[in-house]
Design a protein around this ligand. Structure first.
Ligand code: HEM
Length: 448
């Protein structure tokens, strides 16, 4: 291989760069971009020396590179989600799992999930109080968690209620820990990792129960939920998914499938309240049964506020010539979604929130990349888009969202996803004249 050439980067010690990356990751990216341009090398705990890229041609080349050349990085996510999670497997195992699990989140099946999302949105929004400011992140989390639970398991039941309590705690703690180095010694069951493992044991017990019930269902063959599909799926050698594979992949889908969508929805509320003219156009469009501007708005929210700021790959081949750089085997490359989406050459006036920029059609999938790209692109992208569309449609149809002149909410890191710092606060008025039931009002009061 040719001589290694990496982009320049700050000469600061690893612990200083690590501290900055934890305390102000986006500020750090912005500053380094200004200083070094679209590629630079950082040195931080967990990743070590990592090349950050945001040049569109280099990003496209990396995403199009086969997994035998560059693939996902074996980061801590596998420790939380399990060794059979999408985020821990590669090569053949990964290809097979995608073949099995991409179809349930695409095409015809999405239509069936739409009704579930609308029911969950209506149910949650019935608890909203008028004229009182509240954070929408919690409600959005409940909608998206319930929607993905029902899509994955079919009917509701007591086990789902247990998962509804457990998953937010597991995801919250797990996503904070993945960004930190793993302690060298086992700090016991009261340590943060000890707690993650305890949650995981609880999760496994619930899943075993759900699998046992599903296996006894005489109508399993007619069901189209993801668990039923997993239990009936067969690899080309005729074998089925193991219990461990099912448990890890279900957890991956549940964890990846609700917080990201909910934080994006909270950002949508945050952005829309600061753009009253757009809000009016969206309400008119919803009344007329249209969806074009709403769909463009979702794309633009994901561009200006990508809740996942970057994704990582590691060079597997003996070397990789990536654009201007020659990377050695093992080199970690971080694609900065955040920086690419702020590229003025791709998105003129990139800092402004302007859904009309997408009015002409869908953006280029290598330049608009909130769902990553290539063979690792998010399997839930179409599901998430449908979900956000239905939730926003319900919101616009049933409520007036009060505009505000307050400053935009700052970005707040929840570990993996970035949310609006105040949770996407809203003030709403019911449009239909429907009154809340007293128990709904009490629940909303408690949630506030
Ligand atoms: C707005 C919502 C969402 C965002 C922003 C998002 C973002 C992402 C990103 C950035 C990746 C990494 C892609 C890469 O490395 O190139 C990813 C992967 C993944 N996402 Fe999502 N996601 C969302 C919703 C969902 C939903 C609803 C599901 C489940 C139905 C899901 C399941 C997954 C899975 C399983 C992977 C791993 C794919 C693989 O490694 O092959 N995500 N997502």
């Amino acid at each position: 291989m040719n001589t290694v050439t990496l982009p320049d980067g700050p000469p600061l010690p690893r612990f200083v760069q690590g501290g900055l990356a934890l305390a102000a990751p986006l500020w750090m990216m912005g500053r380094l971009h200004t200083r070094y341009g679209s590629a630079f090398t950082i040195n931080v705990p967990v990743f070590g020396e990592a090349v950050v890229i945001s040049d569109p041609a280099e990003v496209k080349q990396l995403f199009m590179t086969g997994p035998e050349i560059a693939d996902i990085l074996g980061v801590n996510l596998g420790r939380v989600l399990g060794p059979n999670s999408f985020f821990a497997i590669s090569g053949d195992a990964h290809r097979k799992q995608r073949k099995l699990l991409v179809p349930p989140f695409h095409g015809r099946r999405l239509g069936a999930y739409e009704a579930i999302v609308e029911q969950e949105a209506v149910r949650e929004m019935a608890t909203w109080l008028e004229d009182r400011e509240f954070a929408t992140l919690g409600p959005m989390m409940r909608i998206t968690l319930n929607a993905i639970l029902r899509a994955v398991f079919g009917a509701d039941g007591s086990e789902l209620a247990a998962l509804r309590d457990l998953l937010p705690a597991l995801v919250k703690l797990g996503s904070r820990l993945v960004a930190l180095p793993i302690p060298r010694t086992d700090l016991g069951r009261w340590s943060p990792w000890g707690r993650v493992y305890a949650y995981r044991r609880e999760y496994d017990a619930i899943i075993d129960q759900l699998i046992a019930v599903a296996r006894q269902d005489p109508e399993l063959g007619e069901r189209d939920d993801v668990l039923a599909l997993m239990l009936q799926s067969r690899y080309s050698d005729g074998s089925g998914m193991s219990r461990e594979e099912i448990a890890d992949q279900l957890l991956t889908i549940l964890a990846a499938g609700h917080e990201t969508t909910a934080t994006t929805l909270a950002w949508a509320v945050e952005r829309l309240r600061r753009h009253p003219a757009l809000l009016r156009r969206l309400a008119d469009e919803a009344d007329a049964g249209g969806s074009q501007l709403r769909e463009a708005t979702i794309l633009e929210v994901q561009r200006v506020r990508p809740v996942i700021d970057g994704t990582a790959r590691q060079v597997r081949a003996p070397g990789l010539k990536l654009g201007r750089w020659t990377l050695p085997q093992g080199q970690i490359v971080l694609v900065s979604i955040y920086l690419l989406h702020r590229d003025e050459a791709l998105f003129p006036n990139a800092r402004s929130f302007d859904p009309d920029r997408f009015a002409g059609g869908r953006p280029d999938t290598y330049q608009w990349i909130p769902f990553g790209g290539g063979v690792r692109r998010c399997i839930g992208a179409a599901f998430a888009h449908m979900e956000m569309n239905v939730v926003l449609r319900t919101l616009l149809r049933d409520f007036t969202l009060e505009p505000t002149t307050e400053r935009g909410e700052r970005w707040h890191s929840r570990g993996i996803a970035f949310c609006p710092a105040k949770g996407g606060r809203a003030v709403v008025h019911r449009r239909t004249g429907k009154r809340q039931s007293p128990d709904h009002a009490a629940r909303a009061e408690a949630a506030a």
